[in-house]
Write a protein that binds this ligand. Structure first.
Ligand SMILES: [Zn+2]
Length: 297
């Protein structure tokens, strides 16, 4: 279903899919913190005496189901929504929630990109500008902290990784992290190089979180099941391995076709290649990222 969700997010032809059969599941991560999963990016929730704080909101047709899932956790209003990045499978419910008075917060590049038409090169996909009510009302450049529900919910920007507007959210007291699409648990990640993302940034984001967590930390990925530090370390090692194989080919001036034909992920595909992104596509993305970095030097 993860593959389908991503396909829905990123495939223009599938945008009008019927969401009526999608169910939103609720997983308790720790006291007061939950992960909701339907179609699209995993949703993080902090619920307590001060109200509900939401991370990402999947697709617009799912807003009522998401609200129902939240109502089963808490009778308090949704006060804040934080977007981990601009992609439609994480921000599709923004307009509904924004119109309902939820304060939307994100890195400034999320608002910038949502304000004008975008083009996702990997999928040759045009994304129209979002309506005003969907745009983050509050933006930040480096970090912002929410003092809510007895926790410190610290959202910080990392150098361009999945996009150039990524936030990672650390629930400091609950020992929970939501990484948005800087982490795909158990599957090759989409890296949106045309939105400023890069393989080196993805590795850097993983290193940053590995450096601030312990074996007990619960980590919500953008896609895939709830994870821990060991799963993130596996993901980081996979990224590093593929990078180390593709980089010399880029340095030697190989073409995209030659790099894909060399099957640099072959022994990793059994474990990581069963999601929406096929091995050839992932190899192509890593090539694109490293070639862009080479061209920029
Ligand atoms: Zn994304």
């Amino acid at each position: 279903m993860i593959g389908l969700a991503l396909a829905l997010a990123l495939h223009p032809v599938l945008q009008d899919q019927d969401f009526s059969k999608v169910q939103v599941s609720t997983l308790k991560v720790t006291d007061g913190v939950y992960m909701l999963a339907g179609a699209g990016g995993n949703i993080g929730v902090s619920a307590g005496e001060d109200g509900v704080f939401l991370i990402d909101d999947e697709y617009a047709p799912l807003t009522d189901k998401i609200k129902a899932a939240i109502a089963a956790i808490s009778d308090k209003p949704i006060r804040f929504l934080l977007n981990t990045h601009w992609h439609g499978d994480h921000t599709g419910g923004n307009e509904n929630l924004g119109q309902g008075g939820v304060l939307i917060v994100a890195h400034e590049n999320v608002r910038k990109r949502m304000s004008v038409e975008q083009f996702i090169e990997t999928f040759k996909m045009k994304v129209p500008a979002s309506p005003k009510a969907a745009l983050p009302l509050v933006t930040f450049t480096d970090a912002v902290t929410f003092h809510l529900n007895g926790d410190e919910i610290h959202s910080f920007h990392v150098p361009p990784a999945h996009t150039d507007g990524d936030s990672i959210i650390h629930f400091r007291k609950s020992n929970v992290v939501h990484m948005g699409d800087c982490f795909f648990n158990g599957l090759y990640p989409f890296i949106d190089v045309s939105s400023g993302g890069s393989i080196d940034g993805m590795i850097g984001a993983a290193d940053r979180v590995l450096g601030m967590t312990d074996a007990a930390t619960k980590i919500m990925p953008g896609h895939g099941p709830l994870a821990d530090r060991a799963a993130l370390a596996d993901f980081r090692d996979m990224l590093e391995t593929v990078r180390a194989r593709v980089q010399p080919m880029v340095a030697a001036g190989k073409t995209l076709e030659q790099v894909v034909a060399a099957t640099p992920t072959k022994d990793l595909d059994e474990k990581w290649g069963k999601g929406f992104l096929k091995p050839d596509q992932f190899a192509g993305i890593v090539y694109g990222s490293l070639a862009k970095a080479k061209g920029a030097r």
